[in-house]
Write a protein that binds this ligand. Structure first.
Ligand code: DTP
Length: 529
């Protein structure tokens, strides 16, 4: 398709938008993404992180479009149709259209406090259905996506491309005991019952936008580059890594399931590895920066307090408060990061609104706590039985235990040193961050990525057989746990004052001692001096 618009982009230089994709960009639902910051409240610490979900969505679209273009050109035997290409591009463009105010904060802490299990991916699917059912959109896409049932089937395919439903074929009954052919037949059968958008011969299309096998998708490639550039925090995954991957991407056959999947040349193993590693780096330094976490807690407080007083008009003119706005798409798309200004500018005399305003003023005046100390640990070392089985719960449990123990230790020191309650009553909280590489806690995403050897070729029109990195690669290049936990103590800002240096020393010691008690002690592996 010829580009209709060429949009300047600070990561790729330009994003070329062909017609009729521009029609989707010009909908109210998509334009709303301009008012959602990609990284929520991170910009309060990294001021250039003001980029929006709008630019990330355009970037993700551009990468998806380019990647499919390369496959069509390099492997014509895959029979990728214009409809396939368009569906992947539309899914990339719209994958985040369901995000709420401050992105992850809304379906994270805010949803948790409201007792809701809301996921932005589900809302994206509802909004995609709503956009794609508009008469003018149907009309614009009819030459590519067809009409009637054909069109509806393609929309179904678009939604399947972003729902991260994993195809866990190894869960097929007695999978391991089946012969190779039986395995492949069982996988095909399972595929047809799991998805209806495209058959198993097009399975590789499902890896591009939201890859539930290994997380190496264009969504992540775009946000890593974009967020690293905006924050100024360098990561291993770079522009060069991206262009190398795009030059060496091919569809290969999975040796176990027989499915066609996205694979890369074995020359690109380091580039692929850097995707998961960089995700962890950005979570550690940027997304879960301590001050950001503190600011987020104040924002959640404000949203919870003001939520019942903020109402959005939905379908049938019904009004939905913020906590229930996810029930109605029309009401939902009226929410954005502007909610902060809605609260600050409200003239409601209601006590809840006034308290919400006070929380937001604390953010403005930077009346936020400070980090007093921290330690990192591997979930493998957690004495909590739930540790490895459930990452978030394991880390929550550890931080709770550390806090209790620290209080006991500080109280004891206070008595011994005769500090008259100064230390026993010091104000602090123990928090945690789960820093993962994008899959579960034990698996480095590269273990799930397919590669090919040598010069790419289509033998008899069939993709080459792919392979997974061997055990040696994993042992030599990947940490035993793909995830680590950071446990940290946040205290009042006054703890930074020189007068309080002694208190901080005691708190750090209490943290160290309490931390050790929550870890299985493993022999230290430092090299001898
Ligand atoms: P992943 O697969 O890496 O978990 P995702 O949730 O599928 O990513 P999203 O686009 O929804 O993809 O989220 C990633 C983006 O959101 C990225 O720009 C970083 C940002 N982000 C993630 N967590 C946080 C957070 N806690 N605070 C601020 N920004 C965040």
């Amino acid at each position: 398709l010829e580009p209709k618009h060429i949009i300047n982009d600070n990561v790729y230089g330009s994003v070329k938008v062909p017609s009729p994709i521009d029609k989707i960009i010009d909908t109210a639902e998509f334009q709303r993404l301009r008012n959602l910051k990609q990284t929520g409240l991170v910009y309060r610490v990294y001021p250039n992180c003001e980029h929006s979900r709008f630019v990330h969505s355009l970037g993700t679209f551009s990468l998806a479009y380019t990647l499919v273009d390369k496959l069509r050109h390099n492997q014509p035997s895959l029979n990728i149709t214009p409809a396939d290409h368009t569906c992947v591009a539309v899914a990339a463009l719209l994958h985040d259209v369901g995000h709420g105010p401050f992105s992850h904060l809304f379906d994270g802490e805010f949803a948790k406090r409201c007792g809701s299990s809301f996921k932005h991916e589900d809302m994206s699917i509802r909004i995609i259905r709503s956009i794609m059912s508009k008469d003018d959109i149907r009309e614009s896409f009819k030459d590519i996506l067809g009409q009637g049932k054909d069109y509806d089937d393609n929309v179904q395919f678009i939604t399947e491309l972003i729902s991260s439903k994993p195809f866990e074929f190894k869960n097929i009954e007695s999978f391991e005991s089946l012969s190779n052919q039986q395995k492949r037949d069982a996988v095909k059968e399972e595929w047809v019952s799991a998805v209806s958008g495209r058959g198993p011969e097009k399975s590789f299309l499902y890896d591009i936008v939201s890859n539930s096998d290994n997380g190496h998708d264009v969504d992540k490639m775009d946000y890593l580059l974009r967020d690293s550039k905006a924050s100024g925090v360098a990561i291993t995954f770079s522009d060069q890594s991206l262009s190398r991957l795009l030059d060496h991407v091919r569809v290969v056959t999975d040796p176990i399931s027989g499915l066609k999947r996205i694979g890369y040349s074995e020359k690109c193993q380091k580039e692929v590895q850097s995707i998961g590693d960089s995700r962890q780096e950005l979570h550690s330094k940027v997304y879960q920066h301590k001050a950001v976490r503190f600011i987020e807690a104040l924002m959640v407080d404000a949203l919870i307090k003001a939520g019942p007083l903020l109402e959005y008009k939905g379908s049938n003119n019904d009004l939905f408060p913020l906590s229930r706005v996810t029930e109605d798409v029309e009401a939902y798309i009226k929410t954005s990061d502007f909610v902060e200004q809605e609260i600050l500018n409200s003239s409601s005399p209601d006590r809840r609104m006034i308290e919400a305003q006070q929380s937001l003023q604390k953010i403005q005046r930077r009346e936020i706590g400070c980090k007093v100390g921290s330690f990192e640990m591997s979930p493998k070392n957690a004495t909590q039985s739930g540790g490895i089985e459930n990452n978030e719960m394991g880390a929550t449990e550890v931080s709770k235990k550390v806090e209790e123990r620290m209080r006991q230790i500080l109280k004891a020191i206070d008595e011994i040193e005769g500090l008259g309650g100064k230390l026993a009553n010091v104000n602090f909280t123990v928090m945690h961050s789960v820093l993962g590489r994008g899959l579960d806690e034990k698996t480095h995403p590269i273990e799930r990525q397919l590669f090919y050897r040598g010069k790419p070729k289509d033998s008899d029109g069939q993709p080459m057989e792919g392979f997974y990195v061997d055990e040696d690669y994993v042992v030599n290049n990947c940490p035993r746990m793909a995830t680590k936990w950071e446990i940290f103590v946040m205290g009042d800002r006054c703890l930074k004052d020189e007068d309080n240096a002694d208190l901080v020393k005691y708190i750090s010691k209490a943290l160290r001692d309490a931390g050790e008690a929550e870890k299985f002690l493993t022999p230290r592996k430092r090299s001898p001096p």
